[in-house]
Design a protein around this ligand. Structure first.
Ligand code: F6P
Length: 320
């Protein structure tokens, strides 16, 4: 009987469970056995796996996190670990693997492909920093988590004439900070991709206050600065009362949005179809509402997906 495998790897993201469910259902519909490895590539190396059935994926669609669990696996960065992982898959008679994760996970997928395993990658990262897909799985849910938090924050900020500095995730990518600033009506989005001048920001905050605004929200991507430091600088320079909210891993949890659930369904089914058609070494992606396949090698060569200049312009027009 034909058999394929699936794992979730790297930082988790909402929608991973829905994707595994889609992969399992697509396999079973095609009469193919599906094996789930636990804890990402660690499970591949340590042979932690279970055969998945419809029962295994019942009632998981709406849950954040990943029931298969995830890990950032150091052994997989070395040739010996990669060979062991590939040998384990071959030993189990697995003909192809679906890897759900971010850029580090795609590097592992590429390494396995070189070891003779057919792999299809599914981009999952709240950072939305993977090229050749308009959206990565989980980014939409993370954005919704952020704007819910900022909406709450604005109520209390207005009651006290306060400036809040809100730190979002995104080590190297300002996507969450910019998009959440647009969606929540924040005044600033400080991002690693663009320099900012704290004196300018202070000048603007003072002007806004003089115009009668009762709150200011500054979004800062973790890769662009520390929220507490920025808040302290503002307080020292213009004497404004500042508060800080670091959203941290809250952003990565919770029930996936309908967008992420349907994206999970499309990505999961497309990945299985590609493997069953004999394809490998590719990543599925969303491009102008269609699912496309791109060589993982090309994805890795492209590096991180930058912020769309159209979005930066949009933010500027709206006064972010
Ligand atoms: O890549 C996803 C991400 O959530 C980043 O935004 C963040 O910098 C990082 O993972 C946090 O990693 P960890 O979960 O290991 O603390």
């Amino acid at each position: 009987r034909r058999r394929i495998a699936v794992l979730t790897s790297g930082g988790d993201s909402p929608g991973m469970n829905a994707t595994v469910r889609a992969v399992v259902r697509a396999c079973l519909a095609a009469g193919v056995e599906i094996v789930g490895f636990q804890k990402g590539y660690t499970g591949l190396i340590d042979r932690l796996y279970e055969t998945l059935t419809t029962r295994s994926v019942s009632n998981v669609l709406q849950r954040g996190g990943t029931f298969l669990q995830s890990a950032r696996c150091k052994q997989m960065m070395e040739e010996a670990g990669q060979r062991l992982a590939a040998d384990n898959l071959k030993g189990l008679g697995v003909e192809g693997l679906v890897v759900i994760g971010g850029d580090g996970s795609l590097r592992g997928a590429h390494a396995l492909q070189r070891q003779g395993i057919r792999v299809i990658g599914i981009p999952a990262s709240i950072d939305n920093d993977i090229p050749f897909t308009d959206m990565s799985l989980g980014a939409d849910t993370a954005l919704n988590n952020i704007i819910h938090a900022v909406d709450c924050l604005k109520d209390t900020a207005s009651s006290h004439d306060r400036t809040f500095v809100v730190e979002t995730m995104g080590r190297n990518c300002g996507y969450l900070a910019v998009m959440s600033a647009i969606a929540s009506g924040a005044e600033y989005a400080l991002i690693p991709e663009a320099p900012y001048d704290i004196d300018d920001i202070c000048k603007n905050l003072r002007r806004r206050y003089q115009e009668g605004r009762s709150n200011s929200i500054i979004m800062v991507a973790e890769g662009a600065g520390k929220a507490q430091q920025i808040a302290d600088q503002i307080k020292d320079k213009i004497g404004f009362e500042t508060r800080v909210m670091i959203l941290g891993h809250y952003q990565r949890g919770g029930s996936p949005t309908s967008f992420d659930r349907t994206l999970a369904a499309r990505f999961g089914v497309a990945a299985v179809e590609a493997l069953l058609a004999g394809d490998g070494g590719k990543m599925v992606g969303l491009s102008y509402s269609s699912i496309q396949l791109t060589d993982i090698e090309e994805v890795l060569a492209k590096g991180r997906r930058g912020i769309d200049p159209v979005i930066v312009k949009l933010a500027a027009t709206l006064g972010v």
